[in-house]
Each structure stands twice: as C-alpha cells, then as structure tokens.
Design a protein around this ligand. Sequence first.
Ligand SMILES: [Zn+2]
Length: 244
Amino acid sequence: MQRLNRTLAALAFSLGALWAGGHGQWSYHGATGPSHWGDLDPNFLMCKIGSNQSPVNLHRFIQAQLPRLKVVYRGNAMEVLNDGHSVKVTTIGSNEIVVDGIPFNLVQFHFHTPSEHTLQGRSFPMEAHFVHQSPSGELLVVALFFEEGHYNKALEKILNDLDGHVGVKSHLKEMFNPGELFPRKLDYYRYSGSLTTPPCSEGVRWIVLKERVEASQDQIQRFQEVMGENNRPTQPLKARTILE
Ligand SMILES: [Zn+2]
C-alpha cells in the first residue's frame, strides 16, 4: 500500500510538473506567458533577444512588384487537434506554394484568437497560419485574417470534428482542400519574421493575405472557447520594412 502511495505521489508530481509549467512549458498568461518565454528554456532565447520577431503591426509599407502568389494545393486537411496552444489541422498530399523559386509544402495550419498580426493598429477576431516547409527545412507561413460575418463552410468541417480536450486527435469526416479557406484574391504583404511561439526561430518568410475572409460570430466563439486568447503581442519592427 505504501509503495502504491509512493508511486501515485510520484505520478501526481510528474503530471503536475508537466501541466503547471515544468521545464520548457509555456503559455499565453502569467509566469509562463509571452514576456517570460525567453527565460523558460535556453532553447527559447530568441523569444527574448531576437531582432526579427513576429507577429508585427503591419505598417510602414514599401511598394514592391511582388509576384502573384501561386497556390497549388492538391492535398487535404486530414486531422484536427487542440494541442494545448492552438487548434491545429494536419494536412496530407502535395499542397505547394513556390516563393523565391523555392517550393514550400503545407505541413499544418492552426488558429489564433484574436489575430496576432495587426493592420495599422487594427486587430481582427481570428487569424489562421498556414505553415509550409521547404525540402531544406526553411519555413514560410501564410497568414489569413478572419472578420465576423457570414458562416464559413470550410471552417465548419474543422469544428464538426474538434474534440476540445487537449491532445485528442480526430480524423476529419469530411476531408477538404485547405485552399477552400483562402479568399478569392491573393494579394499580400510580405516581411521576414519568426515563429510566433517558442522557440521563436527567425528566418521565417511571412506572407499576410490582404483580403480577409468571414466566419460567423458563433464559429469564432467556438474556436475561442477551445483555445482561449492565444495571441503573442506584436513585436518591434526594428530595421524591417513590409513589402506590398
Ligand atoms: Zn500561429
């Protein structure tokens, strides 16, 4: 009995450490929130000392002849889960964007409520990040703003199968092409930034779509209920400019 008690105590301790901010655990609030990320783990140092961090307030635009964004998505959204920081959807198949002559394939997309980027100081109720990776491991993220408005059919295919519990993965009953979430026009802003979550690695190509899409108040609220507020505050632009 005593041995069982010891085992249970050890288990409770390790679970407690895991959930209550053990080594490298981070969150959006309090002692493990964004202003402390850089101190939580040596691997998170860039969160504190980086000079090209994301998200940013989009302003100080430079007119550039940005090439048309070519999105060739042929695969599908496959599984959805609440990973404890965001609602994340994994994808399969070839979902490619070519930027700077480099092919980037979509790995996953996820959501933030409210938006992480702001547009000339304006925040939006939700933002999606489509995370792409090149064969050599470089990252490109396409950001999409959501405004409150009409019911969004593609989003509902995610919400239908979303189990709010952390770590519970669900297969989408109705798999769909992730491009269904995109707006008609693909004009964009571009800048160089970082992951908006630890380890805040830099060298990330950011494409922020100018055209916003809509979701109903109820849909946005359902995402928010699962994720809470999961937006890192905007970071200083420093020497950077935003191309448009
Ligand atoms: Zn994100």
